[in-house]
Structure formats: structure tokens, C-alpha cells
Design a protein around this ligand. Sequence first.
Ligand SMILES: Cc1ncc(CN)c(N)n1
Length: 233
Amino acid sequence: MEGKRGEEMGKTLMTETWLRNHRLLYVGATRHPFIRSIRDGNIDLSSFKTWLGQDYVFVRSFVPFVASVLSKACKGSDNSSNDVEVILGGMAALNDEIAWFKKEASKWGVQLSDIVPQKANQNYCRFLESLMSPEVEYTVAITAFWAIEAVYQESFAHCLEDGTKTPPELQETCQRWGNEGFGQYCNALRKIADRQLEKASDDVITKAEVTFLRVLEHEVDFWNISHGGTSTL
Ligand SMILES: Cc1ncc(CN)c(N)n1
């Protein structure tokens, strides 16, 4: 993910530095055993169904978080029309995502109304709520938004690479987040985050970096739900 962007601009961008400095955690979030099991074709379908139900609940909580980022973009961005369009595109994608979860749940026999969010999911949703506070700066919120979307993009794109054994019935799931358009959208979010970070105070940069790390930890914990692991938070 890192590399060319900063070099092309002749400087190192903040997200690039973080991805380099926190490589192990980033790889832990984007190459989790759950994702590896999809890619290797040995996924246990009951794990997949668990993920499906839990992620539906997560996405419902993600919507108000994204709305709060949108509201902060309107007030706190130097380039609000561009940012608003990118974030609105994300909202539209979430609308499709919710419809897709419903369709997919009925295909797999998962009853969405019966889903009880597991501890790691509850913790992640609580974390999102904390980021919705008006006291949380736009820079911090957009950094979290980028990181959350980027983990899914990179994880599922990994399952679509040549030579992988992703089962045909899970190809559509992987396409949903692993497709090129979603990749471009994540790059647009990353660009906004880097632009904001460039002019941020040291204090806000530190807060954004800590938030980035928390996102990665929550993503690992979230994958763990479906892979029989334990929470680290
Ligand atoms: C846990 C999680 N993280 C990210 C995404 C991508 N919107 C998601 N659906 N679920």
C-alpha cells in the first residue's frame, strides 16, 4: 500500500510513515488467519456466517460514525466540497453494503434479527461512538475512517490475487471490498487524511496515530470473533 505515493510527491506522507512503523500490526489486521482461510480455500463456512452476522451489526453502527465524519468535513475541511463528495460516496457504498448483507444472509440462512453482537464487536462499536464526539477533530475522525475501510479493502483484495483458492461462493464477498473502485475510494480517503495531517498540530497527529493503532487492534479482534480467537482489548 505504501511506496510510490510519497515518493512521487518527493516527501514522505504521514500515513506512509505509520504503515512502515506499525507494519506488523497492519499485516496482522490485513492478513488475519480468517482472511488467509478464505484465500486458501479452507474456510469453515460456519465462521463465515458468524462474520456475516456480526459485520452486519457493525455496519449499522458504522453509518452514524460516517455521518459524523461527513458533518465534520462540512465544518472543518479546507476542501470541503471534495471531502464531502468522497465521504458521501462512502455513505452510498454503505447503503449498498447493508442491502448486500441482507441478501447474503438470506442466501446463507443467517437470521439477522437474531444476531447478538459479541464482545469485540460491542467494543469496536463503542470506540466508533467515542469518535463521534464533537471534540474529536476531523483529522482524527477521517484517519479512523480511512483505516477502517483500508483494512477491509486490503484484506479482501488479498483473496482475489492470482493463484488463490478462494471458494467461488465467496468471490462476490471478496469483490465487494477488494474491487478496484473500492481501492480508489480508500486512496481518496487516505489522501484527505494525509492532507489534514500535514497541517495538523503535533498533538492532533499523535491522537490520529493512536486512533489508527486502535482501529488496527479492533479489526484484529473483530476477525478473531469468527476465527475462535480471543479479544486483545
Ligand atoms: C469490521 C469492519 N471493518 C470495515 C468494514 C468496511 N466497511 C466493515 N464492513 N467491517
